[in-house]
Write a protein that binds this ligand. Sequence first.
Ligand code: ADP
Ligand code: ZN
Length: 549
Amino acid sequence: MISATSSAFPSLESALKHFFGYDQFRFHQRAAIEAVLKQHDALVVMPTGGGKSLCYQLPALLRLGVTIVVSPLIALMQDQVDALSNNGITATYLNSSLDVLEVRSREYDLMKGDIKLLYVAPERLLSEGFWPFLTRLHQQVGIAGFAIDEAHCVSEWGHDFRPEYRQLHRLRAAFPTVPMLALTATATERVRQDIVQQLRLQNAAQFVASFNRPNLYYEVRPKERTVYRDLLQQIRTVSRPGIIYCLSRKRVDELALRLQQDGIAALPYHAGLSDTVRSENQRRFIRDDVRLIVATIAFGMGINKPDVRVVIHYDLPRTLESYYQESGRAGRDGEPAHCTVYFGYADVAIVNYLIDQKPDEQEKNIARQQLRQVIDYAESTVCRRQIQLSYFGETLSVACDRCDNCRHPRPVEDWTIEAQKFLSCVARCRERFGMTHIIDVLRGSQKKRILDLGHDRLSTYGIGKDRSAEEWKVLGRSLLHQGLVDETTDGFPVLRLNAQSWQVLRKQISVQVALPDSLSGTGNRTEATVTEGSGLRRSPQGPAEAPRR
Ligand code: ADP
Ligand code: ZN
């Protein structure tokens, strides 16, 4: 139907308006689309809902030939194709849900050159049987480009490694002139490098959007005996769509049932339900038949429901990354939405137990470190948004005012001297040890390991006896969250100094610690939060910002 080329439109904006009805591009979309139209490889990193699809869909419509979209989300292909068809764009998909006849008929349409976008799962794309078809398609119709969606699946460091993604470099070898666009919502530097290497992207420009989701409010509440009542109250005050995440199928079933008994329209979703029940429950949630879905992490990948107003983690999230993704399903429409984690130590014990069951030592170490990052997030008194963004290597220079810690800050104290002691101890230990060791040295521990290493002879040995181990831990975590010190992430956390650490050591930055209740003795906060935590407020020019309460 549509065989437009770029020349048919005076500007990219007019093409955007024509095909999608939007007036302007979002940040980075235009630049990424221009790169694709110039036949360049590129990597697009945007948070979910950021508008990645447009970066390959619009170029697909402006170029001759068919654009092949590789996606692992078979269940969503139908929706994506339907959405495009509604805009009058010819798209189709090939996956295992189709019978042979249907596949043949779609292949026929493709060969006629009628189709602009083809969605296909990597297994099929790379299968022996499909390869000859692909080659013929390229000869006859032309493959305009490959778009590799969920590209973080190539990386073992991502949260969703899929071995078949590793084979995608074969596309590069077989179709060296066809440009490749990789897209992901996972932004850690490590994963980004992996994507470029594994897919053999050539001189790929990278378009990395901010991961800040300003319309989301973040908070952590204590998981106490009254947690269910608290939850009930929360969902009764917000009578809009919401997702509640639980750790296990059993908990999903129990909670959904309990909510139903209390007259709340909630449905369960987890991998233990039959396909029919699962997709029915999902459909009913998306169509606003029911207001709440209670789910394991099996729910939500690629779900496009823009008006989710609350995402509640009734149990502990597994990693900060998964928390970002799951909470990120709230407020896709840009309107305010609320994200809550209920945090309790019983859950920590369960997760620890699950980690212990893992057979692989390295996997265990990584999982433990990830768990600790989640605990630190929950316990922290630092701006929650700052912590999340620092995880993605992004710095938020001002606190956000859209999280519990910003709205209800704790009293702060100047701990610059302590920070200097701590960081110089990291330096004396040659940046080869973790936090516990540093604190042991500071507090003059007689542990055998300290003596064996001769660390009792360091100049920083015993200079921190005036503070408890707990206080040093508060400081250490705070330094991490504020990016004033780094920690390695390969499962053996080692503290390393960075440029900011040196600024602290050179007295160019003062360090403010927001004290947890357990240390400050100032008692309870009005709103429910965790009972322990740490926080820093950096103030290069002088005294800390006064608490706003
Ligand atoms: P992602 O793949 O990054 O998760 P999508 O591509 O699904 O995000 O886009 C999210 C939503 O934003 C979609 O509803 C899409 O139509 C919309 N969108 C994308 N680009 C624009 C734009 N330039 N203007 C307005 N809406 C847009
Ligand atoms: Zn904040």
